[in-house]
Design a protein around this ligand. Sequence first.
Ligand code: C2E
Ligand code: MG
Ligand code: MG
Length: 731
Amino acid sequence: MNDPSKYTTGEVDALLHQGIDKADIGYIVIDKDTRVLVWNKWMEHASGRLQGDALNRPLAEIFPEIRDSRLEDAISNALERGMAGLLSAKLHRAPPLTLRRGDGGIARLTNPVIILRPLSGIETDRHGCLIQIIDETNSATREKTLRAQAITLRAQEEQLRTLFEAINDTVLLLDENGHIVALNDTACLRLSGTKPDILGRSFFDLLPTPNALTYRRYFNAVIDSRTPQRFEDTLGDGTYLVSMYPVPNGQGRIQRIAVLASDITERKLFEKRIFHLAHHDALTGLPNRAYLLDRIEHAINVAGRTRRRVGLVFLDLDHFKAVNDTMGHDSGDALLKTVANKLTSVVRASDTVARMGGDEFVILLEPAGQDQDIARMMERIIAALDLRWGTGADTVRVTTSIGVSVFPDNGNDARLLMKAADTAMYAAKSEGRNRFQFFSEEMTIRTLKRLHLERELREAVPNDEFIVHYQPKICFESNLICGAEALVRWRHPERGLLAPSEFIPLAEDTGIIVEIGEWVLERVCKQIAEWLKVGRAPLSIAVNVSPRQLFSNNFVDFVTKCLERYQVPLKFLQIEITENAIMSDLAKATLILLKLRHLGISIAIDDFGTGYSSLSYLSRLPIDVIKIDRSFVAGLADRNENLEIINAIVSLGRSLKMIVVAEGIETIKDVNVLTEACCHLGQGYLFAKPMAVADLEKWLDAKGYLGDCWGCKKRIDGDLLDDQGLKKLCR
Ligand code: C2E
Ligand code: MG
Ligand code: MG
């Protein structure tokens, strides 16, 4: 009976074959004719020839170079003489063993060791040979490579460790529960502990609570999303840019989280400084326009959600330019700083005061109360900014004009609110300054009308819609008509003849006045030339010049060219400039007037007495004529209140060797008062209204008292205009 616990020969055979297949060397068994009987898996692998393809093949077919080789000798020794053998490439300088692969290709064992063991048949002479092949190359190089790899890895690890420690940034490696697995010295410093203390502890336990919550949130996000996360963190005075990276293990599981925190405190401070510079005004330190716009948008967003009101206040100093011009820019700068301080102290902490440039300030009221609350605050600002600036005789009163717009009433974005407040501010200015004005719909309508008028005005010069009227001037001393003032009118296609008051201010604001003024000058020169051509007695014409025109780049050039083109002698042209125009930029005006005087053109100062400045500058200016403003002449005969002023102006003019002209003479009584005051010339409806050329010519022909008396600077010694002569000159 077979013992069931014992393996059968077949079972042992199977195990043996498995063992041979699993061996890490090649096993070949051949019969006495060198045909292959056993071919293990190692051989299959090394040669690429499967067992089925090797069995029963003569060995020389598989190892082509076996013929006549030491191996063939060794095999025949084993088979025929029962001799074991060992062949090694190293010992016998055998060539590499070449195997013919199953697919026809060649496999090569470069450094084989071959051991041959003769096998004897059991009770037969069917002997054979066992050939064991060990590929030394493979095992040796593998070992060598592994050793080299280990060295490289160690070197790399060393480099990384040095880098890890050398980095100024905080670097930590956390496990999936947030415990610290590794950290560098910077991290130790930041967490205020030593490595042995810190390693293994929960990172989040080492941070202050609010920071720990942030870190924990991003830590979870890294694990959930498996993507890196970045955030900024502040700790003490420092700001850090923190990056968290997932570190997967070989199988793609996230086992570690790398935490990198760079100290960006300095960069943040620098950015803050740059931000401040870019968003604040250098002189006053207040937020600038760009920053304000941001603040307004933000305030509107918040107010929209909370249903509150936001106020926008536009402030513009009245006559700031006068301070700058008369007291110098340093004084102007100091005034702006004072204004900035005063504004900041009047408003609430939640409000923003900004400087838009020049003397323009804006306050963002956030939130704004009801209109009456805003009004009360504006009154406080008006009072706080009613200043006496300068010392002694140079003191100037500085006031402020304010426009207010409110969200949501006047607009729902920054642009609309700014526009509304600006419009309201201009309304406050034209109402007489030193006041505040809420924006209203009528202002919009007025603005739209203005825009329409502006468009028409731009077309008026090209469309030849202007005309010049002339108003004569009478010499009280000689009874002569000794000149005329050119006054422009607009023949509006729909509204008829428009007086300058209807369009000159707009033309001045928009700059169109330069074009109109040039047209008038040219028209007047042309007219004088025509009169001269037809042999009319010469008449000196005074042309009004606006500040914009006077200060335009080529004014003096333009006048010169005009006179040349029409061959007009200089004495026939006079320039009238208002006192306010001169005072708006005294230095520049003086320069231009000197150039005109140098050319030989006479200059009149118009609307004299309405300016806000002292008279001391007058003696320094090249002025030939003073024109007393109409407001002092009006009703002169009935009321004596302006007589003092008239007397003062006339004696000032006379003492400075200037001709004094009175405007707006409407009655003979006015003439009497003015001649008594020794005024030289008069102009007014009493003599003639401004007239078109044809009417003027007729008028001149009828009166016949025409003459050049510009040189007439004699004192009038009680020689009043005789009644007859005067009556003849009146209308
Ligand atoms: P202005 O230069 O002071 O001119 C005198 C103004 O007083 C003229 O008004 C004239 O018609 C008016 N006037 C003269 N006599 C009397 C009078 O007895 N009674 C009354 N009530 N008014 C009298 P106008 O023509 O309406 O011109 C107004 C202003 O427009 C001028 O004041 C001048 O400043 C400006 N203007 C007129 N033409 C031009 C021009 O071509 N260029 C510039 N830049 N401004 C001009
Ligand atoms: Mg004038
Ligand atoms: Mg005038």
